[in-house]
Design a protein around this ligand. Structure first.
Ligand code: NAD
Length: 467
């Protein structure tokens, strides 16, 4: 599988940032039509390089072309289409109702780019998760430095080529490298940082940018529960879960991490899952062209170790030569076991059962706030209870993962799964400071607020009551 990019020692990071600061100060990015024409050029180029993107992802971890299109390229193209269509409107100052207290005035919100943005991306959707925040930042009128993951080198290299063809380095630069490059980037002063990755590194990022009070979005991970209620349509649940769990070989931040199922439905569910795995990937998923590999040896070994001592319902086969781990179902691992200690981030799905709702709630509460939660049920009261009482980033009812695809829904975590959200208009908002302006008229100056205050208190009280 993919060889890690070792270093970016030749890249002069402070020099790039200095050039981006000057570029921003020149005001070129304030021109919305300039932003749109670059984004159009980027869209055209991504379309032209669609095959190359698929090849890069295949080289990095044998990601099937269909999955690359559906979960990387198509998402970016549709995001770009929306931005190009709406940017003029989003970027225009918005008139808001003015306050009687300021009479007479006219009030506006001016969308203002932050300035110089840093995007740090992970390896699991290496194209989408580098490009999606970057186009949000550029659309909002910022410059951007993107640091894609060192663990998806072919895709990261291609991302660099694509941006270099459309943008001057002073506006958008892709810096290749690993932890050292990341650390050096974080030593600089940014106006906004957008980080996607693990919880421990998220903490490092938050600490690194705290001295400058840099605003940030942290898109992190966690253990995502997938609840199956006794009222659920089990066969359909199994089909949808097999798709959402094993796409990208389970290396998805919003992948269902573990199943929590009503005891009475467990056998029906596990049998249905076995059938669906066979239907999707055949008798031997290793031979299937539709099943990706684990990104690298380190993660392969980490996942393999999670299987040790567990009761396997189906799957469990591994092969070190190409970092293959079969789609695997585990039976009732204890909460102390390795597989239930951390985010799995691979094609292993523990099945835990519960006898009553209290037991289910206790297991969910055992873990920090998940990025996603899924629930399969036809019982409306049960669904309502889950939606209103449990804290999680976002989720899907009667399916998994697909809430990610709706650009009208902000995507992000809560608590330890991160903060901030993006996609569609939310991306533009993320990278935009909303500058609030009251424009006072000068033809009159109402004296109420000025000292001396004698005799004015009752008047202001009357006025405040009307607001
Ligand atoms: P990671 O946290 O190891 O790396 C992410 C980025 O941070 C990379 O660019 C890496 O070079 C950099 N980095 C790593 N160590 C660093 C350090 N010590 N200091 C500074 N920078 C450092 O994450 P990963 O392994 O690439 O991705 C998997 C994780 O990302 C999972 O936890 C997953 O849940 C999460 N994730 C979250 C989302 C989301 O949208 N919330 C999406 C995808 C992945």
């Amino acid at each position: 599988m993919a060889e890690e990019i070792k270093t970016s020692a030749k890249v002069d990071i402070p020099k790039i940032l200095t050039s981006q600061r000057s570029f921003f100060e020149e005001g070129i990015t304030f021109d919305v039509s300039e932003r749109i024409s670059r984004l159009k050029a980027l869209k055209k180029l991504i379309k032209e390089r669609e095959k190359d993107i698929a090849e890069a992802l295949f080289k990095d971890f044998k990601k099937p072309e269909f999955e690359t299109y559906a979960t990387e390229t198509a998402i970016i193209l549709s995001e770009l289409k929306l931005i190009i269509k709406k940017l003029e409107k989003w970027a225009a100052p918005k008139k808001v109702k003015s306050s009687l207290l300021n009479f007479p005035s006219s009030d506006h919100i001016y969308p203002q780019p932050y300035g110089n943005v840093l995007v740090l991306a992970p390896w699991n959707y290496p194209f989408q998760l580098s490009v999606s925040p970057a186009i949000g930042a550029l659309a909002a009128g910022n410059t951007v430095v993107i640091k894609p993951s060192e663990f998806a080198p072919a895709t990261s290299q291609l991302t660099k080529e694509i941006f270099a063809e459309v943008y001057p380095e002073a506006q958008a630069a892709v810096v290749l490298g690993g932890v050292e490059a990341s650390k050096e980037l974080l030593e600089q002063k940014w106006d906004y940082v957008f980080f996607t990755g693990s919880v421990p590194v998220g903490r490092i990022v938050a600490q690194a940018i705290a001295p400058n009070l840099t605003p940030a979005t942290l898109e992190l991970g966690g253990k995502n529960p997938c609840i199956i209620h006794k009222s659920a349509k089990i066969e359909l649940a199994a089909k949808r879960i097999v798709w959402g769990k094993f796409i990208n070989a389970g290396q998805t931040c919003i992948s269902p991490d573990y199943i929590l199922i009503d005891k009475k439905k467990k056998t029906e569910f596990t049998e249905a899952v076995k059938k669906e795995i066979k239907a999707a990937f055949g008798e031997s998923p290793k031979e299937s062209p539709d099943y990706a590999r684990i990104i690298n040896k380190k993660n392969f070994e980490r996942l393999k170790a999670m299987l040790e001592g567990q009761t396997i319902i189906t799957g469990g086969e591994t092969s070190a030569d190409d970092n293959y781990i079969a789609p695997t179902l585990l039976n009732e691992p204890s909460l102390d076991s390795e597989v239930m200690q951390e985010e799995i981030f691979g094609p292993i799905l523990p099945v835990l059962s519960f006898s009553d709702e209290k037991e289910m709630e206790k297991i969910i509460a055992h873990y920090p706030d998940p990025l996603s939660l899924y629930v399969f049920a036809e019982d409306k009261d049960f669904l309502e209870k889950i939606m209103t009482t449990i804290r999680f980033g976002g989720g899907t009812i009667n399916d998994v993962v697909v809430h990610f695809a709706n650009k009208k829904l902000p995507f992000g975590g809560v608590g330890s799964s991160g903060y901030g959200g993006y996609h569609g208009k939310f991306s533009f908002d993320t990278f935009t400071h909303k500058k609030s302006i009251s424009k006072r008229a000068t033809w009159i100056d109402i004296p109420l607020r000025y000292a001396p205050y004698e005799g004015k208190l009752s008047l202001i009280k009357k006025l405040m009551k009307r607001l």
